[in-house]
Design a protein around this ligand. Structure first.
Ligand SMILES: Cc1ncc(COP(=O)(O)O)c(C=O)c1O
Length: 426
């Protein structure tokens, strides 16, 4: 179904790797009934007895941390200036505790920047890219956005390495090139397995969009120079703010390289050739939401209280294992990511392999998924488990640290139930 793009394509704007078949029918309803969903089991259409206690499985904004109540943000500095001593202290605390929780090398710097993860990635690209050829690696829609930025907006020289949904492109990075890539492809559920393909003695810099990986996967910080994420993902914070982590090499590049393009105020990290130090100690470039800051501080506190990064990763893996167990026994879904070493443990993307579904055209498949997701939402059994609009029609279940694995276990019978309903009533 997927079209494979050339693996090593000189910059040319490629279509999204997964190209839908032409739409041939508007039919939304499946063609015939099919009722066998678990190997060896036949669904009888009865509702599971237990609902997930927290049916929040969205891949962004993601579930709030367990046990959170509105009191969590009662200490927010509202109606006060973010530039007051108290405001700056809150922002600096968010930076310092992020640095500690992620276990960053001491000489790495962290800034809170505008426009969520997108803002952080584009700020990194606009400040750092230019002096060297750039290799951009894309295997789903967000990586493809960074290809578009590199080729169409910044008009840089380099190569795009692309792969269809469910696969990774060849990871080949000459050490004198800069690189842009996502660590975890949120819309395909495919992640890079490790950083072995990045040279430790590289001359170029690496820009890594880690928004659905940070706090849920180990990241090899010594291989990464600019890393971005937002609060709304693995820690279940609010959107609007992004975080930009810079290595000393990235900081050196920012201070020594003057980009050839205009730099909007919102992206400016340098003044008179010097890093704007304030950005890394809580003096944000523009006004942040102190409500979102308080919410982030609360979730950092929860992460620290359960044992920090190892505990966050373990929680995500436990949920991923619970979901994987069900997938292995399912007759109607499979992982979109075929290679287990590249499977995301956060944004788990599932393709529907039931022949009654695969024989439908794309429009009918999307309509079927919509009905399925709507049914689960109506039952308050699961919210937001449909795949991303740019991905092949399918399901996506967030298994980041703020989700309880017991809720994933409670979810899976509901997935089987809803799938049975679709076909029993077709
Ligand atoms: C890999 C990746 N990059 C970028 C984004 C955009 O993030 P935001 O909406 O926080 O800017 C997302 C959102 O899901 C993502 O998954």
């Amino acid at each position: 179904m997927a079209e494979t793009l050339p693996v090593h394509a000189p910059f040319r704007l490629a279509p999204l790797p997964w190209c839908p078949e032409p739409l041939t029918s508007a039919a939304a309803r499946p063609l015939h009934g099919a009722a066998t969903f678990q190997k060896g089991k036949r669904m009888n259409g009865s509702k599971p007895a237990v609902r997930p206690a927290r049916p929040f499985f969205s891949s962004g904004p993601c579930a709030k941390r367990p046990g959170r109540t509105p009191e969590a943000i009662s200490g927010a500095l509202l109606g006060r200036s973010h530039r007051s001593a108290a405001g700056k202290a809150k922002l600096k605390e968010a930076i310092d505790r992020t640095h500690a929780l992620l276990g960053l090398p001491a000489d790495f710097r962290v800034a809170i920047v505008p426009a969520s993860d997108t803002g952080a990635v584009e700020m990194a690209m606009w400040n750092l890219l230019g002096p060297r050829p750039v290799d951009v690696f894309a295997w789903e829609s967000f990586g493809q956005d960074w290809v578009t930025d590199t080729i169409k907006q910044l008009k840089l020289e380099g190569h795009a390495y692309s792969a269809p949904y469910g696969e990774l492109p060849e990871l080949r990075l000459p050490k004198d090139h800069d690189a842009v890539f996502v660590w975890n492809g949120t819309t395909s559920g495919v992640r890079v397995p490790d950083g072995d393909w990045i040279s430790t003695d590289r001359e170029g810099i690496t820009i890594c969009d880690a928004t659905s990986a940070a706090f849920a996967m180990e990241l090899p910080w010594h291989k990464l120079d600019a890393v971005t994420f937002s609060w709304q993902k693995a820690l279940g914070g609010e959107a609007a703010h992004g975080m930009l982590v810079l290595s000393p090499r990235a900081i050196e590049r920012i201070q020594t390289h003057t980009p050839a393009w205009p730099m909007p105020k919102i992206f400016r990290l340098v003044k008179n050739g010097q890093l704007i130090e304030g950005a890394f100690v809580g003096e944000t470039l523009n006004t942040p939401s102190m409500l979102a800051v308080e919410d982030y501080l609360d979730t950092l506190g929860w992460a620290e209280s359960i044992g920090g990064l190892p505990a966050l990763i373990a929680r995500s893996q436990a949920s991923f294992r619970a979901l994987s167990k069900w997938v292995r026994h399912s007759k109607w879904v499979d992982f979109l990511a075929r290679d287990p070493s590249c499977r995301s443990n956060t944004s788990v993307c599932l393709e529907i392999i039931d022949p009654a579904f695969t024989r439908l055209d794309e429009q009918a498949q999307r309509a079927t998924v919509k009905r399925f997701v709507g049914m689960l939402e109506e039952e308050q059994a699961a919210y937001d488990v449909g795949g991303h609009a740019n991905a092949p029609p399918g399901l996506r279940v967030w298994c980041g640290a703020t989700v309880n694995s017991s809720d994933i276990e409670a979810l899976t019978p509901w997935l089987d139930w809803a799938w049975a309903q679709i076909w029993l009533h077709a």
